[in-house]
Structure formats: C-alpha cells, structure tokens
Design a protein around this ligand. Structure first.
Ligand code: EPZ
Length: 433
C-alpha cells in the first residue's frame, strides 16, 4: 500500500506544468473506437484511469502504440469484440463511454456496469440510456453488463432533451450519434471544456458536430470517421488544485500550460478569498501573502464553480477568516472527506448539501484517508498547509487523476514523499487464514 508522508506548513514557490485533462482523455480514448484508422492522441495524462482505458481498448482488439510519455496512436481498424472485460471496465467510471462508442460504430455494445469514484451518493446513467433509446437502441442490464444494440445495426438521429445537465450523457450521446443516420440534437447539454474537446476530436476525425460548449449540440451523422491527430486540452481541475494548494499554504506559483478562460470560475473565487491571480496567455501567476477571506461557494455545471473543486476549496476556506458556506449543487453527497479535515482541526458542519465552514487559525497534521480522487486532492492540500506531519492513505484514488503529483509538489518546495508500506489488513488476513 502506498502512502504519502507530508511535513506541512511550508509555502509553495516555483512552477508547475499542467497535464492533459483527465475527463477529456477518458472520453477521447474510447471515442477512438469510432474511428476506422489510426488516431494519434497527444497531451495524454499519465494517470491510472488512462492506463485502464487503453487496456480496455487493447482487449477489444485495438492496436496501441506508445509514441512517448504523452502521445499514443490508437488503431481501431480491426476491433474483434464489442464486449468489454468485466474486470477492467468496472474499475473506472468512464467505461460508460464504451457504450456510446461501440454502439455508434458497430451498432452493439456489452459493457460492465461502470465503477469509479464513489462519493457516497448514487451515480445514475438513466440520461445516457434515454439518449441511446431515442436513437433507436435497445438497452438492458443483465448479469452486471449493460447490453445495447441498434435495430437493423445502425442508430437513427433524434432530438433528445436531457432532464439533467449531465457531462457523461452529453458525451456518450454525442459519440453514439456521430455515425447515426440523419441528424441528432442534444438539448440542455452540458458545456464543460471536455465536451468541446471531445467534439473537436471527433470533428478532426471527420464528424459533423456543431454547438458543443452551448446547451444545444447538433450532430449530422456521417458514414465513417477516418484517422488523424489531436492534442487534448489542459486539465482545468488539476490546475485549480495547484491554485488551491498555494492558496492554502501561501507562497507564489506559476501554473503553466493552461487555458485561462477555463479557469475563470476558479480564479474569481480564489480572488474573492484574497488570493492574487495574474493571467497571462497560457499561464497563471498565483500568489497568497495575506490572510484568506471567507467566501460562499455553490457548485454548478460549467461555467459555474466545478463540483470537482469542491473538496479543495472547502479545505482552503477551512483556513479563512470568518464563516463560509459551501453548497454542493451537482452531487447529492460529496462531503465524506470533511471528517478527515475535522481530525486536523477544521471546524465544518455539514447539513445535506451545505457545509458551514468556520475558518480556524491552523490545521494540524494527522493520519488521514483519501476516499476518492478529489477528496484525496483536498487531503494533500490540507496536509501541505497543516503544522506537523500527515500520513495520507488511499492514494491510489489520487493517482487515478493527478499525474506525478508528488514530484510536481516537490518541485514547488513541498515536503511530501510517497512510501510503500505493507498492507496491514491483508497481512493480518493472511495470518488469520
Ligand atoms: C463527470 O461525471 C466527471 N467524470 C466527474 O468527475 C464530475 O464530477 C461530473 O462529470 C460533473 O462535472 C468524468 O468525466 C469521468 P454527470 P459524470 O453525468 O459524467 C446526475 C472527477 O473527480 N445524473 O455530469 O458521471 C448525477 O447524479 C469525477 O474527476 C443523472 O441523474 O457526471 C449528478 O447529480 C468525479 N442521470 C449530475 O447529473 C444521469 O444519467 C451530474 O452528473 C447522469 C447524471
């Protein structure tokens, strides 16, 4: 079992290079299944969710060639199967994109019910199913698998109005519709930067998608997608996490390789908290010298404040002067990490979707647990800001979405290291057994 050991209380200084966006990569990799040819994908983050997505494609018969650390070529000209391995697919949430991609290209898909981060609430996919059904697919769940198949082998364009703004459903329906017969319109679509990135990727392979980034996406079905080359956008949430880290510890960092526009919702909130943010063409200079100020935050679909930054901003606010209110507007339950912050001295009360955060003078190091990816990022931020030593376990969640987080933080002067420890539970079970 890997743990991070952090000696907190040191301000961060230096530069950090942001990797490609996880939530774009985990959609674009399965989308390569739609392409009858070789896709070269650049700026792929080196994280475990990407490794898993590539493994799943390989198991389906895709040729995967690693060009360098951040570039792969995927050749889906000779896919052998439309049924994913149960073991692999259930490990990541984003495996649901395999349904849209396989259904869109081959008219059928059998994909294990997705796994992924569980922050306590239910993560339904009814809007995905609604979209596939509108496009003429039959969808049923049996023995842990979702089976989807198009009548007569090809989907038919349709108008779909999403009942909730869903990132996953928007992207999945887009993939399914790209080669459907006729036109598809997705209304009340999500507008996140990774939606636009997926549309740009598909268009660069020959698709005809307009309106991505607005709430109405129009897709004209094409006969086939050919190969091409595409570079994934920088990760908005990874960048925001480093911004939140320097907000919590104090110091000054240059966040490199970002699209400032994507950062506006996070930048504005941190500025409200007293953090200085200077915007340049593809970098942000982030500085915190004075005291942190309270702020109220409500998470919302893009361009609102992202839910995937909620645990990180709550951690920052736990050190601000005054009482802040954080309202989770996307997921029903995303506050499990608050108990861990309390163990470090934070004063936070949670009532359903709202956290009342009373700023404290300081946090103190403690053994803490990462329960999911973004909660894990919040634990790292808390540990960096806290006085004394923290031990973070559950880091496999963090490594699903943050490339080289330990090395990147070390380069900013943080005292953090990754250590391998024997898994005590497993050892005990082996002993008892
Ligand atoms: C994506 O999840 C991200 N995951 C999540 O990031 C992120 O929190 C979320 O979008 C919101 O931005 C990936 O991209 C792999 P949704 P997704 O469908 O697509 C409800 C991270 O930390 N809903 O936009 O699964 C749902 O319950 C991860 O990187 C339905 O009711 O999220 C939620 O309340 C965690 N029915 C809301 O919509 C559906 O069919 C938004 O979910 C689908 C969703």
């Amino acid at each position: 079992m890997t743990k991070y050991i952090v000696q907190g209380g040191k301000p961060l200084f230096g530069e950090v290079e942001i990797s490609g966006a996880k939530n774009a990569a985990v959609a674009i990799i399965p989308a390569a299944l739609l392409v009858d040819g070789v896709c070269r994908i650049e700026n792929i983050p080196q994280i475990s969710d990407v490794t898993m997505s590539l493994k799943i494609l390989e198991q389906l018969g895709a040729g995967i060639r690693t060009i360098n650390r951040h570039t792969v070529e995927i050749d889906c000209s000779h896919i052998r199967s439309t049924r994913t391995s149960y073991e692999l697919a259930r490990k990541i949430r984003a495996s649901y994109y395999l349904i849209g991609a396989l259904l869109g290209r081959f008219g059928q898909a059998e994909v294990a019910m997705p796994g992924g981060c569980n922050f306590g609430g239910v993560r339904p996919i009814d809007q995905h199913v609604k979209g596939f059904t509108a496009l003429g697919a039959k969808v049923l769940v049996e023995s842990g698998f979702i089976h989807a198949s198009a009548e007569n082998g090809r989907l038919k364009g349709a108008s779909i109005y999403l009942d909730v703004v869903s990132v996953g459903a928007t992207m999945n329906i887009m993939m399914a519709a790209v080669m459907a017969e006729g036109n598809t319109v997705i209304e009340n679509a999500a507008k996140e930067p990774h939606i636009v990135d997926l549309a740009n990727f598909l268009n660069s392979m020959g698709a005809n998608i307009r309106g991505a980034g607005t709430d109405t996406i129009k897709i004209r079905g094409v006969e086939r997608l050919r190969g091409g080359s595409y570079a994934i956008i920088p990760d908005q949430i990874e960048a925001g996490t480093y911004m939140a880290a320097v907000a919590a510890t104090g110091g000054q960092i240059l966040v490199k390789n970002i699209i400032p526009k994507h950062m506006d919702c996070i930048t504005a909130k941190l500025q409200e908290c007293g953090v200085e943010v200077e915007e340049h063409e593809d970098t942000l200079l982030v500085r915190r010298t004075g005291k942190l100020q309270k702020a109220n935050v409500k998470t919302m679909p893009y361009p609102g404040f992202p839910t995937d930054m909620q645990p990180q901003i709550t951690t920052v606010l736990s050190l601000a002067e005054g009482t802040s209110l954080v309202t989770e507007g996307v997921w029903s339950n995303r506050y499990r990490y608050v108990d861990e912050l309390r163990r470090m001295g934070a004063s936070i009360q949670v009532d359903e979707k709202t956290a009342v955060v009373e700023g404290v003078e300081r946090l103190t190091g403690a053994p803490i647990q990462a329960y999911d990816l973004r909660a894990g990022a919040a634990m790292v931020i808390a540990a960096l800001a806290a006085h004394g030593q923290s031990e973070i376990s559950g880091v496999k969640y963090i490594e699903r979405g943050y490339e080289n987080i330990v090395a990147k933080l070390q380069a900013l002067g943080a005292d953090i290291r990754s250590v391998e420890e024997p898994d005590e539970t497993a050892a005990m079970e082996a002993h008892i057994g």
